[in-house]
Design a protein around this ligand. Structure first.
Ligand SMILES: [Zn+2]
Length: 176
C-alpha cells in the first residue's frame, strides 16, 4: 500500500457542480450518476463537498425544502484534499483521522479525482482496520496534504502530519 499511489486508484474526473444549484437538483445528479457525493465549486481554486448524509441530516431531517435550499448552505467546507502522489496507506490514515470517507484529489489547484474509502477497501479489505490499529502507535509523517493547519488555522499547500495533527511548514518547524 505504500507503493500504490492515490492517482492509480482514484476515480478520475469527478462531477463538479455549482454552489447555487438546489439540493433537489444535486440529489437528481447523484441518482443518475449513482454516486454518493458531489464536489461543489466555490471559486477558481476552492471547493466544497456535498454527500448523501448532508442531504439526509441537514436538509430532510431539518425540514428544509430541497427545491429551494441551495447546495452551498449545507455542503462541507473547507475540505481536506490530497495530492495524486500520496500513497494509499497515508490516504487511509487521513480518512481515519478525520472520520471522512472521501478525499478529493487536487493537482495544480484543480480537482482531478476523488478517492473513497471503498476504493481502498476494494484493493485491501484489511487496510482501513489495520490503519486504525496502528494509527496511535506509529504516528507517521505525511506530507503533500492541502488544508488548514491545526495550530494556526492557516491554509497550506503542503501540511505535515505529526502525532495526530496537521501543521503548516512554519508551525511544524517550531515544534522541532
Ligand atoms: Zn500553522
Amino acid at each position: 500500500m505504500k507503493e500504490i499511489k492515490v492517482e492509480e486508484v482514484m476515480t478520475r474526473n469527478p462531477i463538479i457542480i455549482e454552489k447555487e444549484i438546489s439540493i433537489m437538483d444535486a440529489a437528481k445528479i447523484m441518482k443518475i450518476e449513482r454516486i454518493g457525493s458531489l464536489i461543489v465549486r466555490l471559486s477558481k481554486n476552492e471547493y466544497g463537498i456535498i454527500t448523501e448524509r448532508d442531504i439526509i441530516y441537514k436538509v430532510v431531517a431539518q425540514g428544509l425544502d430541497p427545491a429551494i435550499t441551495k447546495v452551498e448552505t449545507v455542503m462541507t467546507f473547507p475540505i481536506i484534499t490530497i495530492g495524486p502522489d500520496l500513497n494509499l496507506e497515508d490516504a487511509a490514515n487521513i480518512m481515519w483521522k478525520h472520520r471522512i470517507r472521501r478525499l478529493p484529489v487536487v493537482s495544480d489547484g484543480k480537482i482531478i479525482g476523488i478517492l473513497t474509502e471503498n476504493d481502498i477497501i476494494r484493493l485491501s479489505p484489511g487496510l482501513i482496520e489495520v490503519t486504525r490499529e496502528v494509527f496511535e502507535q506509529t504516528q507517521p509523517l505525511v506530507s503533500g496534504v492541502r488544508g488548514y493547519c491545526d495550530k494556526c488555522r492557516k491554509y497550506d499547500e503542503n501540511l505535515i502530519y505529526k502525532a495526530g495533527k496537521y501543521y503548516c511548514q512554519e508551525c511544524f518547524h517550531k515544534l522541532e
